[in-house]
Design a protein around this ligand. Structure first.
Ligand code: ZN
Length: 150
């Protein structure tokens, strides 16, 4: 566990200092805003989805190191993934940060995101780590709703 904790701190520091995919997407098919009032984290997420595959994904915003690094890692991780897989990864990630036991297979699917298991020890930080994922789900849902009314 101490090895994971070290990796957790390393990854969070790195992605907070140098967030990946930190920009707006002028052309995007999905978009949502996320806010975690408990900590003050705010982010805006952009996705370009084509044929049910995430072609581009990016975010902007400001927040604590955990929310920023989680969003950065998430965008890096999800680029090129299908929407169906993405919804599954959301479930895995949610289980991971809320302290549910994941199988080795599920952990393997999460790759680098598994370092966020470290958040379990800090319950107040769970919302920081999962903000980008909840915003992602809202972004994916919002277009479906818009599409239904057209
Ligand atoms: Zn936060």
């Amino acid at each position: 566990m101490s090895e994971l904790r070290e990796l957790y701190q390393e990854v969070i520091l790195d992605h907070n200092k140098n967030p990946r995919n930190f920009k707006k997407l002028d052309e995007h098919s999905h978009h949502a805003n996320g806010h975690n009032p408990l900590c003050g984290d705010k982010l805006e997420l952009f996705l370009e989805v084509e044929d049910d595959i995430i072609k581009e994904i990016s975010f902007v915003g400001s927040g604590c190191a955990i929310s920023t690094s989680s969003a950065s890692l998430m965008t890096q991780f999800l680029k090129g993934k299908s929407i169906e897989d993405t919804k599954q990864y959301f479930e895995y990630f949610h289980d991971l940060v809320t302290g549910k036991q994941l199988s080795d297979d599920e952990l393997e699917h999460l790759g680098k995101l598994a370092v966020f298991a470290g958040v379990q020890e800090f319950p107040a930080r769970v919302k920081c780590a999962s903000l980008s994922w909840h915003t992602l789900m809202n972004a994916l849902d919002s277009t479906e709703q818009t599409a239904a009314t057209e």
